[in-house]
Design a protein around this ligand. Structure first.
Ligand SMILES: [Zn+2]
Length: 850
């Protein structure tokens, strides 16, 4: 899109264009993409040790102007005073600053090659400055808070980087280090020029880090970390490197493209906001996600492998080929998850991967898709400043299920060929979802555009019900009815597996659900079944309602279902029925208590323990909860005692710790914390002791202050000590201290360590404190818009989840509903987040939702 604008006079006078609105409007992005190309950023940052001192920077920006139709608009989302000088080809020019943009008139520029020099002070917002280190995190549009740039994903550029850092620090960036020299009492690093990458993938880390270097398959890899527990590092490093190496090998083979960037390092950051971030050549991880405790469950080990595979897959899907605009951000996430699921399998031959996929995706995706805040996978995005609000479980968990369906429809081999074509065609450039569908459509007989409309461009989940007619003890008709359509009246199309079980005999029938009613002719004449379940293999998606007979049978017998995937899928279907009040929660609790001791598949166990915790805290009143506490505690303790090995025990112990309420249980936990009660083959880590101390503090006001103080003294690692110190007031038994803590959170400066804030909020709003913390709800909601602007992308939803964590009352529902009613113009995507996070609370309080 090209626009004719008045010369020199600036753009503000031209009312029809929104080029200069705050952030990066879609219009500005399109305008720049049409006019600017061949971009190189040559950047220098001088990083002082003291985080209170500013980071000074210099930029030499080169680019080609295809057409001088508009003035040059650079993004610098900061203060005007932080721009020191602006020059073109070494000569100072007239420029102005408006709404976070530096505007240089086109008369100062020429067609083709231009060089702009700017010296500036970098904003701290995305530099994550700590006492001993800093790391950049520019996704989705935060690069422009640190330096002037074209902050949009489809203006890929080459980066040259120079860093001056304290002598005792090290630095790592996207490019290989070319040179490191001692200069002026500091270290001066020069990094190699990168391939073309998007602004959100540019990044660097500097600070006091330990490094471990290794070679795998002829490739050098360096891990940077701050873990002080040498035993922990020793126990984890081999696995961490191995997982990266096998992910790389797998991806090179699948894509038929060698790693598209020159090097591959990664940095383990304490309290990193996300699990990981796929910066080219220097992936950042949350340290605790990779450095696992000895008590790590099988699930955590899988989680680590998946995270590593996910970030590694991004080097191709996201970094090499990038979305044109952030409305398609889901595409890189779904590919990373989709590939991760494929990659992780060979590394865990003992794991049931089909079950793992089912449990890792469907429950989480349904949690948002069944709520009033459901939205399409692909959302509209008018301005990049709102890109953070696009992220969530619909992207991360629903989209991979949908992608699996796509692979099923197109066929595995054709799908892979399509992806290879897509990666080659758009390498070091950008593409949209429709570009991919266009490629795949050439390889498939199905109308993929139509399929994509319902699954990707419209909101919500399908809702099915089974109608099973029995005559003379035999099935005379079996129909599956799709109860709702998309907003535009379409039925979702999907291939699913229907399973009929009778006397332990399992029969499966593949069916295509594509209209209002699907009749299963193959079932006619079969004798009456014990139960019938749609989606027994977990490749389908939706609310698969049970018929009455099946429901009754499963309530009594679900734990006896032999196949672990079928059993896992049945539990998911049952839980959906509980949430819709088709099965009473106390009946469900009894089912769990019967099933948990019998469940021998760790993935299913973990899922059931999660249900138990949720139902216990969310559905039982305080009184009724106390009445079942003793029974539950004893049950869990017994299973834990009998469970073989550390990792199996850990899952039960963690649930025991979370639900413990009786005096006996609290005394037992205290003995464990004191070291007076040893648990068979279980070694507790510093983190476990901290967690025990926190849970005890919540339950016993006499012990609280002392145990937290002692735990603080016990912690050797400075990062973990700082975290507990921060969280402690939220655990205080004194209301005044908790009030003060909440007040403090209103100041943005106190919310910089987001994982700390979330942990503290969950304690502040613990079910045991719900009554006293209800008064924080409204103000916590009122802070949301500010939090979205100042915090990282997952923070708003997580903030809400932690705030709603312990609540189950009608009055809490009322506060949330009133908040939204009083604000009819409230930002649409933030409203969705509130409705998603509040859904469990609404349902527990008995709200009619669907
Ligand atoms: Zn990702």
């Amino acid at each position: 899109m090209l626009m004719n604008l008045p010369m020199n006079t600036g753009l503000a006078q031209s009312p029809e264009v929104n080029l200069l609105e705050k952030g990066v409007s879609l219009e500005l992005a399109k305008n720049r993409a049409a006019n600017i190309e061949k971009i190189t950023y040559d950047l220098y940052f001088n990083i002082p040790e003291n985080k209170a001192q500013p980071v000074e920077g210099r930029l030499q920006l080169q680019f080609d102007y295809r057409s001088k139709a508009t003035p040059l608009i650079l993004d610098f989302n900061n203060d005007f005073e932080k721009i020191h000088t602006v020059a073109v080809s070494g000569k100072a020019v007239y420029w102005r600053y408006e709404n976070g943009h530096i505007i240089i008139p086109d008369t100062a520029l020429r067609l083709k090659k231009n060089v702009v020099q700017i010296s500036f002070e970098a904003g701290n917002q995305a530099l994550n400055r700590n006492d001993e280190y800093l790391y950049t995190l520019f996704v989705p549009d935060r690069a422009s808070t640190a330096f002037p740039c074209f902050d949009q994903p489809d203006l890929k550029a080459k980066y040259k980087l120079h860093l001056k850092i304290p002598e005792t620090w090290v630095a790592v960036a996207n490019g290989r280090m070319l040179e490191k020299r001692f200069w002026d009492g500091k270290h001066y690093y020069v990094f190699n020029e990168t391939k073309p990458i998007s602004t959100y993938l540019f990044g660097f880390v500097a600070g006091k880090f330990s490094t471990i270097n290794t070679y795998r398959d002829g490739r050098s890899m360096t891990m940077y970390h701050r873990e002080t527990d040498t035993a922990k590092v020793a126990a984890n490093k081999k696995a961490i490197f191995d997982l990266h190496a096998s992910a790389l090998t797998w991806l090179e083979e699948y894509t038929d493209i060698p790693l598209p960037f020159e090097k591959f390092d990664f940095v383990l950051v304490p309290s990193f906001q996300f699990g990981g971030m796929e910066h080219v050549g220097a992936i950042l991880y949350k340290s605790s996600s990779l450095m696992l405790d000895p008590l790590a469950t099988q699930n955590q080990k899988l989680g680590r492998a998946s995270l590593i595979a996910h970030e590694t897959a991004h080097m191709w899907f996201g970094d090499l080929v990038t979305m044109k605009w952030f409305n398609d951000v889901w595409l890189k996430e779904v590919f990373a998850n989709f590939m991760a699921a494929k990659i992780v399998n060979p590394n865990f031959p003992d794991i049931n991967h089909q079950l793992r996929f089912l449990l890792a995706h469907h429950p989480a995706a349904y949690s948002e898709d069944r709520s009033g805040g459901a939205h399409p996978i692909q959302q509209k995005l008018e301005n990049l400043k709102d890109a953070g609000t696009l992220y969530g479980r619909i992207i991360y968990q629903k989209a991979p299920v949908v992608m699996n369906q796509l692979e099923k429809i197109v066929g595995k081999q054709a799908f892979r060929e399509g992806l290879q074509e897509y990666l080659k065609e758009f390498a070091y450039a950008n593409a949209t979802w429709d570009d991919l569908i266009a490629i795949l459509e050439t390889k498939s007989a199905t109308n993929l555009s139509e399929w994509s409309e319902a699954w990707v461009k419209e909101a919500g989940m399908p809702n099915y019900r089974v109608y099973n007619t029995i005559e003379n003890g035999k099935i005379s008709a079996l129909n599956i009815k799709q109860q709702v359509t998309t907003a535009s009246g379409k039925f979702w199309q999907q291939k699913v597996l229907l399973t009929l079980v009778n006397d332990g005999k399992v029969q499966t029938i593949p069916i295509m659900l594509d209209g209002r009613v699907t009749s299963v002719k193959e079932a006619i004449g079969l004798k009456r079944q014990d139960f019938i379940l749609i989606n027994s293999d977990g490749t389908g998606y939706g609310y698969f309602g049970l018929d009455k007979d099946s429901r009754q049978y499963l309530i009594k017998n679900v734990h006896k279902v032999q196949d672990p995937v079928l059993r896992g899928s049945a539990w998911i279907a049952i839980y959906e029925e509980v949430l819709r009040r088709k099965i009473p929660f106390d009946v469900f609790m009894k089912m769990l208590m019967k099933a948990i001791p019998e469940e021998n598949e760790p993935l299913n166990s973990q899922n059931l323990l999660g249900y138990l915790e949720e139902i216990y805290w969310r559905y039982y009143s305080a009184k009724d909860r106390l009445a079942i506490a003793d029974k539950l505690e004893k049950l869990l303790w017994k299973i834990m005692d009998a469970a073989p090995g550390q990792s199996a025990k850990a899952a039960y112990f963690k649930t025991y710790l979370k639900i413990a309420q009786t005096e006996e249980a609290i005394t037992r936990l205290k003995l464990i914390w004191d070291g007076d009660l040893l648990m068979n083959d279980m070694v507790l880590s510093e983190n476990d002791y901290t967690q025990i101390a926190c849970e005890i503090a919540l339950r016993n006001s006499n012990l609280a202050e002392d145990i937290l103080k002692k735990q603080l003294e016990r912690i050797k690692n400075p990062d973990r000590r700082a975290r507990l110190r921060f969280v402690m007031p939220a655990l205080s038994s004194k209301q005044a201290e908790r009030d003060q803590f909440f007040e403090m959170l209103k100041d943005e400066a106190n919310r910089t360590h987001e994982p700390w804030v979330l942990q503290a909020l969950a304690y502040l709003h613990h079910p045991l404190r719900a009554k006293e913390s209800e008064k924080y709800l409204e103000e916590s909601l009122a802070l949301l818009e500010e939090i979205q602007q100042s915090g990282d992308i997952f923070f708003p939803k997580r903030w809400l989840v932690s705030v709603f964590n312990g609540h189950r009352s009608k009055s809490a529902v009322l506060i949330i509903k009133q908040f939204l009613e009083e604000r009819p113009g409230y930002p649409y995507r933030l409203k969705n987040k509130i409705l998603q996070a509040a859904d469990p609370l609404f349902r527990a309080a008995g709200e009619e939702l669907d």
